[in-house]
Design a binder for this molecule. Structure first.
Ligand code: ADP
Ligand code: MG
Ligand code: ZN
Length: 560
């Protein structure tokens, strides 16, 4: 099949640059008229697997979904993208339902979302048959199986669909990967010789490494020199960095070319071709490079700057080792990059967008600072259940330092956050660490945290140590950060259990690297430090202001 036929609407309608794993294969099979069973992890992009083909077919694609609440969202999004989609469910007024039905009668829609029970209302199937059904998609298909985690009896009736729509291709989608459920879905929906696609995000031939970014130019030059004959991509954040690295590499005698959207089109094409033909070994590039390029023998991808989110990191590192042979993904990481991006994000006007960007950046930073298996962290991000404790091919799994007992430290941090939660003070990890270390930071004191019994019990370790430990505990599921962009930290039930049972904790020694000058400056600007005398004065001032205005003291304090 002509792939561009799918790529063009992928970009123009949905705004995506590339397919997620197996999306393209699933669509191709379905468009070729086959039944399909698609197992993609949560967030793997299952919706697109029926939405995009629906645009390619003449006639109606019927989507069965149990999640009435989500139907409207999906349909709204599709309509916003200019796709003629609609849904029918019990939430509609009679008039609205009638008008949608006549639209369907006139063949005005490409996609129709339905709850399963709708299908079997009297006469509905008769209508549906008149509407030229071109394809059927069964979302959350595990609901048909009692072996799944969400069995719904209504789904059982779908077993008869095949009889009513012979020859109409059925695509069943789920994130449940057990074989039993898969077999059940195929049998109950009477899928005939279905194409079965089970996605994993794991790329076993890739090794993941993160190195502290100290002298990036030297590090990049050394890395390329050590991999002299190998094909590699160096990703940088700015065009200027791209040009600088490419020039430095050339000076050092390497065959390297730049690639970014600021170069003339011909030069970009030329440089890309040269790389693909192995005329040059290294391309220094912005994220503009790589889309639609399928060069199998890229042996390394080196990120000289932090990617903005894990999704990009995964996509970009994913360009290494397409041939299945070992390849390496190296990330140079410093706190300075985070401070720099946060500064950019601060300029973003759309609050929601800024919040999302901040959260994605935090997740990316968490990944970079993670001390356990990076492959596991990546796969869990994509909703995959990766249970191996040592993947054998990431820097942390290859790190053979002995684990040490950190039970006391974990107890201190967890109990401090427990007290903070209990007192009802929402705050992020770094502020919690401030409390733990007994900071006199006014933001903290002003809210009364100094009265918590755990205030100051962690003076014996630097802030970086506790932050590192906190990140470990997040990754291990003892702490969790809110997903609303505020990163509020709280204990999970596992942590409560661990504290109660005095569970032992062992970890590789926490690395406490010096914070970069930029991130130190950032940290300072957010906090006023002062001595006791001045503090007393401020405390009185605060009280006077509070009395005068009749508001709780801490609100006034924030304004000082
Ligand atoms: P699933 O149903 O598999 O959990 P969704 O269909 O809800 O996943 O998609 C998850 C997210 O991924 C959505 O925000 C969707 O817009 C996005 N997405 C899907 N396909 C792609 C793609 N090819 N590139 C980028 N984002 C995608
Ligand atoms: Mg879904
Ligand atoms: Zn690992």
């Amino acid at each position: 099949m002509d792939v561009s036929r799918l790529l063009a609407p992928l970009k123009s309608v949905f705004g995506y640059d590339a397919f997620r794993p197996l999306q393209r294969e699933i669509m191709e099979a379905s468009l070729a008229g086959r039944d399909v069973l698609a197992i993609l992890p949560t967030g793997g992009g299952k919706s697109l697997c029926y939405q995009l083909p629906a645009l390619q077919r003449s006639g109606l694609t019927v989507v069965v979904s149990p999640l009435i609440a989500l139907m409207k969202d999906q349909v709204d999004q599709l309509q916003a993208a200019g796709v003629a989609a609609t849904f029918l469910n019990s939430s509609l007024s009679a008039g609205e339902a009638r008008s949608r039905l006549s639209g369907l009668e006139r063949g005005e829609y490409k996609l129709l979302y339905l709850a399963p029970e709708r299908l079997f209302l009297p006469d509905f199937l008769q209508k549906l048959k008149r509407w030229q059904v071109a394809a059927l998609a069964i979302d959350e298909a595990h609901c048909i199986s009692e072996w799944g985690h969400d069995f719904r009896p209504e789904y059982r009736q779908l077993a008869t669909l095949r009889e009513h729509f012979p020859g109409v291709p059925v695509t069943a989608l789920t994130a449940t990967a057990t074989e039993r459920v898969q077999g059940d879905i195929v049998a109950q929906l009477h899928l005939s010789d279905p194409g079965q696609f089970v996605a994993s995000f794991n790329r076993p031939n890739l090794t993941y490494r993160v190195m502290p970014k100290q002298r990036p130019r030297r590090q990049v030059l050394d890395y390329v020199a050590a991999n002299r004959d190998a094909s590699g991509i160096i990703y940088c954040q700015s065009r200027r960095a791209v040009e600088d690295y490419a020039a430095a590499l050339k000076d050092a005698g390497h065959k390297a070319l730049p690639y970014h959207a600021g170069l003339p089109q011909e030069e970009r094409v030329r440089n890309q071709e040269a790389f693909i033909r192995d005329d040059v070994q290294v391309v220094c590039a912005t994220i503009a490079f790589g889309m639609g390029i399928n060069k199998p023998n890229v042996r390394y991808v080196l990120h000289a700057d932090l990617p903005k989110n894990i999704e990009s990191y995964y996509q970009e590192t994913g360009r290494a080792g397409r041939d299945g042979l070992p390849a390496e993904c190296v990330l140079l990481f410093s706190g300075g990059d985070i401070a720099k991006y946060n500064h950019f994000i601060d300029q973003v006007e759309d609050e929601q967008a800024a919040r999302i960007a901040r959260q994605q950046l935090r997740q990316m930073a968490d990944f970079a600072e993670f001390a356990d298996c990076r492959r596991g962290a990546l796969l869990r991000y994509f909703g995959e259940d990766y249970t191996k404790t040592n993947c054998g091919s990431c820097d942390n799994c290859l790190d053979d330092r002995e684990e040490v007992d950190v039970t006391v430290e974990c107890q201190k941090l967890l109990s401090c956050i427990f007290r903070i939660n209990q007192a009802g003070f929402p705050m992020g990890l770094n502020h919690a660490v401030d409390v733990l270390r007994g900071s006199e930071n006014l933001k903290v004191i002003g809210k009364g945290h100094q009265r918590l019994s755990t205030h100051g019990i962690g003076k014996d370790q630097p802030a970086e140590y506790w932050q590192g430990l906190g990140k470990q505990l997040i990754q291990r599921g003892y702490l969790r950060q809110s997903d609303d962009g505020y990163n509020t930290i709280e204990l999970t039930p596992e942590a409560g259990q661990a504290l109660k049972e005095r569970q032992k904790f062992r970890m590789k020694p926490i690395r406490t690297k010096m914070a970069s000058p930029a991130s130190r400056a950032k940290a300072k600007s957010g906090a006023i430090e002062c001595d006791e005398g001045l503090f007393e004065v401020l405390r009185k001032l605060r009280k006077d202001l509070a009395d005068a205005r009749g508001v709780p003291p801490y609100v006034v304090f924030g304004d000082v």
